[in-house]
Design a binder for this molecule. Structure first.
Ligand code: NAG
Ligand code: NAG
Ligand code: NAG
Ligand code: NAG
Ligand code: NAG
Ligand code: CU
Length: 640
């Protein structure tokens, strides 16, 4: 007899039976397991001591078993929970074996590694966050990271960062979360109610990444694995029930399995009560894709980007996280039901993003069930440390240095590929306020620019008057010939070091100006940071010019800049600037590339010092006004 229970039982068992796949009988991943955070290591008595051993391990994702480079055999690495001022002493053991020498600015050195604490305000010198260090096969290195006493509490991450194998190793799983916890007394009651240390059960740490990407349009794990010469490929002697090898099955766009994993899980289920608010700590650890996230049916309140709190939390129906970026968001689903957290392109936001690659698919399911609870979203965030002072209204005379960083479709930064670890493209004095302009000469695609050592504040999206890169395609072995043109298609007189006038395709040419207009577009489009927010990775949209400022404070040493599309970085889209002791800055606002000035087209171009007015206008004025009022009130209160 068919009872409801037995029918339900059958329905529930049936999918499990049909998905008993393995490497010789592959199928799509089912996902849906209960969300599980990664194992955590919490600091105590001012420090955390940890060994991270890099070795080859079996990684099993549902039915698929692959061999990957991992930390301590896990996938991903452990989550570190620290406090401002802590020591993070890490012994990095590289157990990998010898490898052939590779070509500079190509995928190489699968067995060389190092460690980057992405987003921390930290010394870039040994034994701390010096990413130009190489920990070779068989070597061990003792990192002694000293977190700044004023380190902003937030969501950060750590990952391997050796130029040439960054994509391969991060996509392999050499990454983990690094959370700097808030002092309970610094948080409002609403924020404390969804945060560690007292309400850790409300935190949802999510290291997101397409770690098992075998097929796709751009660089995939499989394509880079082949280029880099990794021997731990799938066994191609096993023919699957589909009649092809597992490798052929996985790399076929039609059959290939794919998932933007959450802490190494495929599309996990997060269970919440109606009305409950949780603090999602999201890291986009995927090597190349942007995330444009939505949770239709639930409410999202933005708390922080890149580990820096926004001044006032605000609600938004999407979350944009470029590769390398983070977002802390308070999430609430009011009514019982099943909701999807998914990422995908949205034509409404395209003017701010261009054709930059965005992952498409479900990332997690939110199952809302049980008794309703009543909670309130935070309306205030903790005060920021002084290294993150608001620099929007600093006087022109207080700007202590200016610089331009130009990205483009070729794997160049400032019109050159990465050269070497001591070629500093710009030296700037420590303890100065820097004003830099990030420019993208790519007419179609945005590139997420990451700066090490400290965050920068977004000041303005300027009208674009820079150069447009034309040509340069060619793939492996470096770009083909390319040249810079102005927006009307006339050849620029400011070119690049390897410019060859004989290789010009045609002059004039037609420039695609579809994505011009970042100075006048709706500021609420996903690809834009709000004016005044801080970032350590910022998408620079196609044909964009963005002014940022930062306090070059506390640390002397190399500030590495690179595109966080990690295949671009490995291919040369990286450079080094240097924060020098006072008085040693180089004078020029531009460092020339073979006698040409990045960021410009004509020799007569003026450095973009006068900013376009792209600020949120009145909203901004009101904020400043309210801030002034608030400061007055605080001053009065302190007075009594
Ligand atoms: C980390 O290493 C430094 C330098 O060796 C040492 O002074 C410090 O005590 C260590 N911290 C911890 C928590 O062990
Ligand atoms: C890397 O190290 C592994 C052992 O850990 C070794 O099997 C492999 O041959 C080495 N070389 C390359 C290119 O992967
Ligand atoms: C700001 O200062 C720079 C350098 O001193 C100068 O070139 C520029 O004209 C000034 N801009 C404004 C708006 O005063
Ligand atoms: C680094 O590159 C620069 C620029 O090409 C060059 O002048 C310098 O000699 C190089 N240094 C080393 C140590 O190779
Ligand atoms: C920018 O626009 C706002 C509002 O329209 C105005 O209050 C402000 O003075 C303008 N700033 C500049 C530098 O033009
Ligand atoms: Cu890029």
């Amino acid at each position: 007899m068919w009872t409801t229970a037995s029918v339900l039982g059958l329905l529930c068992v049936f999918p499990v039976l049909t998905t008993a796949c393995d490497n010789s009988d592959p199928c799509q991943f089912t996902g849906g397991q209960a969300y599980t955070p990664t194992a955590e290591r919490t600091s105590s008595n001012g420090g955390l001591v940890q060994t991270l051993t890099v070795d080859i391990s079996d990684v099993t994702i549902e039915w698929l078993t692959v061999q990957r480079r991992t930390y301590n055999g896990g996938f991903p690495g452990p989550t570190f929970r620290l406090k401002a001022g802590d020591d993070l002493n890490i012994t990095l053991v590289n157990n990998l074996g010898p490898q052939p020498a590779g070509e500079h600015n190509e995928f190489r050195d699968p067995n060389t590694t190092n460690l980057h604490t992405h987003g921390l305000h930290i010394s870039p010198l040994e034994p701390q966050d010096y990413v130009l260090l190489e920990v070779g096969p068989g070597e061990t290195y003792e990192y002694k990271f000293e977190l700044n006493a004023d380190q902003q509490a937030g969501t950060f991450w750590y990952h391997a960062h050796h130029h040439g194998s960054t994509f391969f190793q991060v996509a392999s799983g050499l990454a983990g979360l690094l959370i700097v916890e808030d002092e309970p007394s610094s948080m409002s009651a609403e924020l404390a109610a969804i945060s560690c240390p007292n309400n850790c059960n409300k935190e949802v740490p999510m290291l997101l990444g397409n770690f098992i990407e075998y097929s796709g349009g751009g660089a995939t794990f499989a394509s880079v694995q082949e280029d880099i010469g990794d021997p731990f490929t799938l066994d191609d002697t096993v023919v699957t029930t589909a009649g092809v090898t597992l490798n052929a099955y996985l790399t076929d766009q039609q059959t290939g399995v794919s998932a933007y994993m959450v802490n190494g899980q495929v599309r996990p289920t997060i269970t919440m009560q109606p009305g409950e608010i949780r603090r999602f700590r999201m890291v986009n650890a995927g090597p190349s894709d942007m995330l444009l996230l939505t949770i239709t049916g639930c409410e999202i309140t933005i708390l922080a980007y890149d580990g820096v709190y926004v001044d006032t939390p605000y609600s938004q129906d999407f979350i944009f996280i470029p590769t390398g970026g983070r977002c802390d968001a308070a999430v609430r689903c009011a009514t019982a039901g099943t909701y999807e957290m998914r990422s995908g392109e949205d034509t409404a936001h395209e003017p701010s993003i261009g054709d930059t690659g965005i992952y498409g698919g479900v990332i997690a399911t939110i199952e809302v069930t049980g008794a309703s609870v009543s909670m309130n979203f935070p309306t205030a965030t903790p005060a920021k440390p002084s290294y993150l002072d608001d620099l929007q209204n600093v006087a022109n005379s207080s700007i202590g240095g200016r610089y331009v960083v130009e990205l483009g479709p070729t794997p160049f930064l400032n019109r050159e590929q990465f050269t070497n670890t001591t070629y500093f493209r710009y030296n700037f004095d420590v303890d100065t306020i820097q004003q830099w302009v990030f420019v993208n000469s790519d007419e179609d695609s945005g590139h997420p620019l990451h700066m090490h050592v400290t965050h920068f504040q977004v000041i303005a999206y300027n009208a674009y008057n820079g150069a447009v890169t034309v040509g340069g395609g060619g793939g492996g072995g470096g770009p083909g010939p390319f040249a810079y043109y102005d927006l009307s298609g006339n050849l620029c007189d400011q070119q690049h070091r390897d410019f060859d006038p004989n290789a010009i395709v045609a002059d004039p040419i037609t420039v695609d100006t579809t994505y011009l207009g970042h100075d006048t577009n709706d500021r609420n489009l996903a690809g834009y940071a709000r004016i005044g927010e801080f970032r350590d990775v910022l998408l620079i949209p196609p044909l964009a010019s963005v002014t940022v400022r930062f306090k070059a404070t506390d640390y002397i040493g190399p500030y590495v800049l690179h595109c966080h599309i990690l295949n671009h970085e490995d291919e040369g889209m990286m450079m080094v600037t240097y924060s020098t002791p006072s008085g040693q800055a180089t004078a020029s606002p531009w460092e020339s590339s073979g006698g040409h000035n990045p960021g410009t087209c004509k020799a007569t171009d003026v450095y973009p010092d006068i900013l376009q007015n792209t600020s949120d206008g009145n909203k901004h004025a009101v904020n400043t006004w309210l801030t002034a009022l608030w400061m007055l009130m605080v001053a009065c209160l302190n007075h009594f």
